[in-house]
Design a protein. Structure first.
Length: 266
């Protein structure tokens, strides 16, 4: 282990990218848990990634803004489809989300099958390249995140139907370009799950703290150990969430395990 890799010129922008992602994902993660559609983020993120791959497949340069529109368009189409299925078959929404994820994932594999760099492209979209995020990528992402947060604040967190799915798709489109599919899922679910029993501002503050500690620690460890940053951050997010359970305010918020009699009574 060495501290030579702790270069603020590299880790600083990566930390900023993590904060941008967390800004919208922490409140949205709470919404996802309350709705019981845990894997919607994986599905929408994978659809956005499919949009990127499809755009590159037809010859659009990966540095072009058209890539962003392709990702956003694909994510919005997926969100519209899920909003429709949520109205039509609400009891089957979770398996439908899983099916859509599998279709998007295998669609990406088919499009990349004959691409010599296909494996590397797929790895970048899944694990991300947070260490190499540029300020040019972060500025539009930060602006859109501020707009989405302002909209959520004005709605007082009351997001329903197409409004929820559309806002969710836009947030995922931004984050998957910055940090990859796996880290999108972890950023949404891990802080929200760790603080699921808490309410109000305390829940948000604790969830944000878990996310920030996870990102900072993960980036530092990945630099010192020369390991993939996205994968390391996923693990440090999980570790931060587990450590948070040692705090009395977090531990007391989780409901006790039901007794055997109560289980049989239900």
């Amino acid at each position: 282990m060495t501290f030579e890799g702790l270069d603020i010129r590299i880790l600083g922008p990566a930390c900023a990218a993590g904060l941008i992602v967390l800004s919208t994902h922490v409140p949205l993660g709470k919404q996802v848990l309350s709705r019981g559609i845990i894997f919607i983020d994986l599905a929408i993120a994978q659809i956005a990634a499919l949009g990127v791959i499809l755009a590159q497949f037809v010859g659009i340069d990966e540095e072009s803004f058209k890539i962003q529109f392709a990702a956003a368009g694909a994510a919005m189409l997926g969100a519209g489809l899920l909003a429709w299925t949520d109205r039509r078959w609400p009891h089957y929404q979770e398996p439908l989300i899983g099916t859509l994820f599998v279709l998007a994932a295998t669609g990406a594999l088919l499009l990349l099958a004959n691409n010599p760099q296909g494996g590397e492209h797929l790895k970048d979209l899944l694990v991300g390249q947070i260490l190499w995020v540029s300020f040019g990528q972060m500025i539009p992402a930060a602006v859109l995140s501020v707009i989405l947060l302002a909209f959520m604040w004005l709605r007082r967190g009351r997001l329903t139907g197409l409004v929820f799915y559309g806002l969710f798709a836009l947030a995922i489109t931004v984050s998957v370009q910055l940090v990859g599919v796996y880290l999108v899922f972890a950023s949404l679910i891990v802080p929200a799950l760790a603080t699921a029993g808490m309410q109000g501002k305390a829940q948000l503050v604790t969830a944000y703290a878990i996310g920030v500690v996870g990102y900072v620690l993960g980036l530092a460890l990945s630099a010192m150990l020369d390991l993939p940053s996205g994968a390391m951050i996923v693990w440090t997010l999980a570790g931060s969430a587990m450590l948070a359970q040692l705090l009395p305010v977090v531990r007391r918020s989780h409901p006790s395990r039901p007794t055997e009699a109560a289980v049989f009574d239900t």
